[in-house]
Ligand binder design. Structure first.
Ligand code: SF4
Ligand code: SF4
Ligand code: SF4
Length: 355
């Protein structure tokens, strides 16, 4: 059963309270390092990095609504490098979905007990360009606070999030040891801290690090709002898929290829994908590898498996300078494949059918 707690927020600045919480967690759980999004001066605003000293938590900020990369693969590398050490990692829901899928790979092994996964609710993120423009006009604190306010209201106000966010499967982290709840939560007054089960609470003693027990209303209200956002986004997804299908984009090869014709085969989208494992090695960014003895059938199998696991982060599209609408393309294909396979990527319990 979950252990539901509250962090009281002072002076309406939730990130400050989260930093304090992480500082006490660091001390009490004897952490060696934390990997998370940190504020960065100048143009990129946020960087996902390792932090080896709790003093650096002053720059921690997983609420900034911009995302430069899906951190799932970096998180797996970080855990591998820190074998035998106690670490914590903060991820958004789409990063956690990818992380969960990477963890299921037989080649990936780590000590679950020494890693604390913290997931944060995420209403959405802007494209880098939109975020830069917004920051110029309104400032980073205002935009971050505005998205949190909208999250508290249940995402009712339209904000120009990336396409991936407009059709995101689930805005709450699944399978995290600790979830920081901001959706349906007045985060200028409190943050929800949801510990996944009593064993985890016994290990981490989160009760002692937080201010109060969360009320049933606070917990169930968040769940209802997260569910309502998922329903709205499922409708948006169906609408966008039906629009592109209506244009014959997916159902007719010529139209589909016209869409793809703009692609320069640079391969940046593949490099941006945490789940891509070199399935097309030698075929992008250089001359087609005609010496490959890989059978076309295995290419198709790998392609289907890769797309089935898509976490919906949209980082492939964000990395594309040719405006190929990869989010819609991959998400539409992914939803079809997973429906056939009855598989839900990011579910920590379910195994991929081919594993
Ligand atoms: S895809 Fe979902 S989890 Fe990822 S940034 Fe967008 S809303 Fe957040
Ligand atoms: S990033 Fe864009 S242009 Fe480059 S390979 Fe991917 S789809 Fe093509
Ligand atoms: S295919 Fe694109 S949306 Fe899917 S996990 Fe990879 S980068 Fe994210």
């Amino acid at each position: 059963m979950n252990v539901n707690r509250v962090l009281e927020v002072h002076e309406g600045v939730p990130v400050r309270r989260l930093r304090e919480f992480m500082g006490t967690l660091w001390r009490e759980a004897n952490l060696n390092a934390v990997m998370a999004p940190f504020e960065k001066p100048a143009s990129s605003f946020v960087i996902f990095k390792e932090c080896n000293n709790p003093v650096e938590l002053e720059q921690l900020n997983p609420f900034i609504p911009v995302m430069h990369a899906n951190a799932a693969l970096s998180a797996i590398d970080f855990i591998g490098k820190r074998e035998g050490q106690r670490v914590a990692i903060i991820l958004r829901p789409c990063e956690l979905r990818a992380f969960t899928e990477l963890k299921k790979r037989p080649s990936v092994q780590f000590d679950v007990d020494s890693t604390i996964i913290i997931g944060v609710d995420c209403l959405g993120t802007f494209s880098r360009e939109d975020f830069s423009s917004l920051v110029e006009v309104e400032g980073i604190e205002y935009i971050t606070a505005d998205v949190l306010r909208n999250a508290a209201e249940g995402g009712l106000r339209p904000q120009h999030f990336r396409t991936a966010c407009q059709i995101c499967d689930w805005s709450g982290p699944k399978g995290a040891d600790i979830t920081i709840g901001t959706i349906g939560v007045n985060s200028d007054q409190f943050l929800l801290v949801i510990v996944k089960d009593e064993n985890t609470e016994d290990q981490l003693k989160v009760t002692a690090l937080t201010d109060d027990k969360a009320s049933e209303y606070q917990v169930s209200h968040r769940e209802i709002v997260v569910g309502a956002i998922a329903d709205t986004r499922a409708d948006m997804r169906e609408h966008l898929f039906s629009e592109v299908n209506g244009m014959g984009r997916f159902d007719e090869l010529g139209s589909f290829l016209a869409w793809m014709a703009n692609c320069s085969l640079c391969g940046r989208c593949l490099s941006a994908c945490p789940l891509y494992r070199g399935e097309f090695k030698g075929k992008f960014g250089q001359v087609l590898d005609t010496s490959s003895d890989r059978h076309v059938l295995s290419e198709l199998v790998n392609l289907g498996r890769w797309i089935a696991l898509c976490s919906g982060c949209g980082m492939c599209e964000q990395s594309c300078d040719r405006n190929v609408p990869l989010t819609l393309l991959l998400s539409s294909l992914s939803h079809r494949i997973r429906r056939e396979l009855n598989y839900s990527p990011g579910d920590p319990i379910q195994q991929a059918p081919w594993l």
